[in-house]
Design a protein around this ligand. Sequence first.
Ligand SMILES: *[C@@H]1O[C@H](CO)[C@@H](O)[C@H](O)[C@H]1NC(C)=O
Ligand SMILES: *[C@@H]1O[C@H](CO)[C@@H](O)[C@H](O)[C@H]1NC(C)=O
Ligand SMILES: *[C@@H]1O[C@H](CO)[C@@H](O)[C@H](O)[C@H]1NC(C)=O
Ligand SMILES: *[C@@H]1O[C@H](CO)[C@@H](O)[C@H](O)[C@H]1NC(C)=O
Ligand SMILES: *[C@@H]1O[C@H](CO)[C@@H](O)[C@H](O)[C@H]1NC(C)=O
Ligand SMILES: *[C@@H]1O[C@H](CO)[C@@H](O)[C@H](O)[C@H]1NC(C)=O
Length: 483
Amino acid sequence: MYTSIKFSSIAVLMIMMLRESSGQQKPRHIVFIVADDLGWNDVGFHNPDIISPNIDKLARQGVILNSSYVQPVCTPSRHSFMSGVYPFKAGLQHGTISPGQPVCSPLSMQFFPEKLQKLGYSTHMIGKWHLGFCNLECTPTRRGFDSFLGFYSGMEDYYNKTRNNGIDFNDGIKAIPADNRYSTYIYAERAKQIIINHNETKPLFLYLPFQSVHAPIEVPKRFEDMYQHIVNDNRRKFSGMVSAMDEAIGNVTQALTDNGLIEDTLFIFTSDNSGWPIRGGNNYPLRGGKITIFEGGTRAASFVSGSGIEKNGSTYEGLIHAVDWHPTILSAAGSYVDNIDDSIDGLDQWNAISTGAKSARNEFVYNLDDSIDPTTGHAAIRVGDFKLISGYPGPYQGWYKPEQELKGASAGFNSTWSGDGLYNLKDDPTEHHDLSKEHPDVVINLKAKLDEYRKAYVKPNDPKNDDKADPKYHGGHWMPGWC
Ligand SMILES: *[C@@H]1O[C@H](CO)[C@@H](O)[C@H](O)[C@H]1NC(C)=O
Ligand SMILES: *[C@@H]1O[C@H](CO)[C@@H](O)[C@H](O)[C@H]1NC(C)=O
Ligand SMILES: *[C@@H]1O[C@H](CO)[C@@H](O)[C@H](O)[C@H]1NC(C)=O
Ligand SMILES: *[C@@H]1O[C@H](CO)[C@@H](O)[C@H](O)[C@H]1NC(C)=O
Ligand SMILES: *[C@@H]1O[C@H](CO)[C@@H](O)[C@H](O)[C@H]1NC(C)=O
Ligand SMILES: *[C@@H]1O[C@H](CO)[C@@H](O)[C@H](O)[C@H]1NC(C)=O
C-alpha cells in the first residue's frame, strides 16, 4: 500500500531535461550526518561547555534548525529518514530492532538513496544501520547504497565491535574482523577514502550515521582529557565522545576541501533521538530524554549548511520532521518527482530550509503506539503551537541538568502518569504547564486528529528473538540469512 512511485527511466530523463532547460548547475554533493543519542544540550552551538568547533562552524555558517523533530528512539527515526513514512504505519513505532529479531524496515517502502542512485549519485554509507538485517535484502547495499562499512545492530563495543557473543562489523555484505580501533577513527578514514576516490563526473551522497555518541561510554583518553573539570565520570567521557565525533567531522570536511568538492556540498546534520539521561546524554532545559515523547526525547540538535543554503548564518524556526528528509534530500538533489508522491508522509522542505520560506508542515505525529508497555511513549501530536500527549509519555519525565546523571536502567521510570498533557510550545517550550484542564476543546480537537492518523495504524511488528540469528551459527558474527 505504501510503495513509492517507482522511478522510471522516463522520470529520470525528464529531470535531466528540466535541469538542462533551467540551466541548473550540476547536482550537488550531499553529506547526511546522523549522530546517535546526541542530546539537545550536547553540541557547542547549544551549550558552550561542549567542545565541538567543527560542528559549530558548519552550523553557524549554515542554518540552525531550531524545531527539527525525530522519533524518541533509533530504529523509528532511521526508518523515517530513509522511507519518509511514519513508523506507526510500518509496525516500527514500538522500540528498536534487537539483533535477534526477524524483522526489518518493510521492503515495500523504498529508501531515498535508491532513488538517488537512479538520479546518478554515488551513494555510500558508513556507520550504524539499525533497520534490520535478518535477510540480505534488508541490508544497506540492497537498499540504495553502493558501499557500506559499519554495523547492522543498534550498539556494540567501539573497539572490539562485539554485541553479546558476536562481532557486528561489515564491509558491504561481507563480515570482517573487528579491527580493534575506535570506530570514529575508522569511519572518518573510510569517508576520506571515498572522497579521495570519488569520480567527479558523478554527484556524491555520503550517509554518515556515526556510532558516536551512543552507549557504551568509551572514548580515547585525549578526548576525555578535554573535560577534566567535569566531575561526573559518564558525563566527562560522554562529552569527550562528542569531541571525537567533532574531530571526525572536521576530517571529513577537510577531505572535501582538499579534493575540491566542498563548494558544491550540502551538509545535513541531525541526531536520531535526544540524549539518554542514564548514559551521559543531556537535553537541558528540555523536559525528558531518549525514549520519551517530551521535547527532550524528540527535538533534535540539527542544522543544514553549504551548497544551496541562502539564509546562511541564521536560525530557522519552522517545523521539520524526520520523515521530511527523504523528499527534502531528493529535492536538494534536483528531483521534483516526490512533490507528487503522496504515498509518503514526508514533505519537501528544501525550499523552506534553503530560502527561509514558511515550513511546509504545521503538524506531525510524535508517535502512535497503542500497545500497553511502560517502557515507551504512547501517543503525541503537534498542531501549530499546541502539543497533546495522550497517555503515558515514556520513562524520563523530569528536567535533568548535565551532571545530574540518573543511575540504573530503570532510574527515572515513572508510571504514575495518567490522562493527557497539553502544552503550548511557543510559550512553554520546556513543557512545565499542562493546559489540558484549561483548554478541553483543544484536547478534543487534537485527539480527533490523532484518531484520523490511527486509521493507517499498523500494529507493532515486534517478534521474539530467533535462535537462528545466534552468531554461534555464523562464524561468530551477526549476519543476514536467517529469515
Ligand atoms: C554566507 O555566505 C556568503 C556567501 O558565500 C558569505 O560571504 C558569508 O560570509 C556567509 N555568512 C556566514 C555567517 O557564514
Ligand atoms: C569487547 O569489549 C567489552 C567491553 O566493552 C568486553 O566486555 C567484551 O568481553 C569484549 N569482547 C571481546 C570478544 O573481546
Ligand atoms: C583526524 O585526522 C588526523 C590527521 O590525519 C588524525 O590524526 C586524527 O586521528 C583524525 N581524527 C579522527 C577522529 O578521525
Ligand atoms: C569517471 O567516470 C567517467 C564516466 O563514467 C569515466 O569515463 C572515467 O574514466 C572515470 N574516471 C576515473 C578516473 O575513473
Ligand atoms: C511522577 O509523575 C507525577 C506526574 O507527572 C509527578 O507528580 C511525580 O512527582 C513523579 N514522580 C517521580 C518520582 O518523578
Ligand atoms: C530556539 O527556540 C527556543 C524556544 O524553544 C527559543 O527560546 C530560542 O530563542 C530559539 N533560538 C533562536 C536562535 O531563535
